[in-house]
Design a protein around this ligand. Structure first.
Ligand code: MN
Length: 312
């Protein structure tokens, strides 16, 4: 039996934890694993150091997110976390759990748990969880829906460079297992709030271009977020407007998190942006990466441009 399935088998209480500012992939893989554990009669909770974003509240059982039924668990499973610090304030649960598992697809690590399943060539953690659960024959329609959400979001709805035949095969299999592809696509990509629509408009207006228009930066300052009445937790997807522009090689979004601190995301067509993110202690994938940078808006932009030049 697979080592991770064995860990689940031996545990009675399980906590599945995604990363800070959870995205569709970590939510999908966490809820899918929870559903699988519940199916085996286990007690299982899902959490992350941040609340579930508004845009993912359509997910079944989303109200169970971050509802912790106990103080310690037999097994801690980290999903979609490249480093241990991505579990943030859930650290205590990780340390107190007798056994730990890490399932992830980010570059450059071997995992930080007792049992690690890290495949950096996989499109998403959901794809890895699909491969893990498929042989059990226990992928229900609910599990298929959860996994499809992560597969879809981590591939930019099957548009990013990581969309390979394995991704399409997995989507096909999930569809066969009952995933409601049309409904999920509608929830994910065709149902945004008026506030988010306002954020898109203001972000496009705020775009700045550098280096012969090959670099596009979207600075989402605290004022801009406040004007749209939107939290820094709900800015997923804004960066796509930068990298979708003809001629732009590097798209960057900066989102104000605290006073003088920005969460920065990178997308690229050709440049290895994980190397740029690494300059600031961040990381990610070759064409999609992120980091945190301290400073005032203009200083952060200067630091970014310098790092882009230095890593060329
Ligand atoms: Mn992921």
């Amino acid at each position: 039996m697979n080592a991770i399935l064995e860990e689940i088998e031996h545990a009675q209480t399980i906590l599945i934890c995604g990363h800070v500012r959870p995205d569709g992939d970590c939510l999908g893989s966490a809820f899918a694993l929870r559903e699988y554990c519940l199916g085996l009669g286990k007690s299982a909770d899902v959490c992350s150091p941040s609340p579930i974003p508004e845009s993912y509240k359509f997910m079944r059982q989303s109200e169970k997110f971050n509802v912790l039924s106990r103080k310690t668990y037999d097994l801690f499973i980290a999903v979609d976390c490249a480093t241990q610090d991505r579990i943030g304030k859930m650290e205590g649960f990780f340390r107190s759990a007798p056994r730990t598992v890490c399932i992830d697809h980010h570059e450059g690590h071997e995992g930080f748990a007792d049992v690690n399943l890290v495949k950096n060539y996989a499109s998403s953690t959901c794809e890895i969880v699909f491969d893990l659960l498929e042989p059990t024959g226990k992928i229900t329609r609910e599990i298929a829906n959860y996994l499809y959400i992560g597969l879809s979001t981590d591939t930019g709805h099957f548009m990013h460079s990581n969309t390979d035949s394995k991704v399409m095969y997995t989507a096909y299999r999930l569809s066969c297992l009952g995933a409601e592809c049309h409904n999920i696509a509608t929830e994910l990509y065709r149902s945004r709030s008026r506030n988010k629509t306002m954020l898109i408009a203001k972000s496009i207006e705020a775009m700045r271009f550098f280096m012969n228009d090959t670099v596009c930066i979207i600075p989402m300052t605290q004022e801009l977020l406040d004007e749209c009445n939107i939290s820094s937790n709900d800015t997923e997807g804004i960066i796509d407007y930068a990298i979708s522009i003809n001629g732009v090689e590097i798209g960057i979004s900066m989102c104000a998190e605290k006073e003088n601190e920005y969460k920065v995301s990178f997308r690229s067509r050709t440049r290895h942006v994980n190397e740029i993110a690494a300059v600031f202690g961040g990381g990610g994938h070759i064409y999609a990466a992120g980091c945190r940078i301290c400073g005032k808006t203009e200083d952060v932009i200067d630091k970014l441009l310098k790092a882009i030049r230095d890593t060329e």
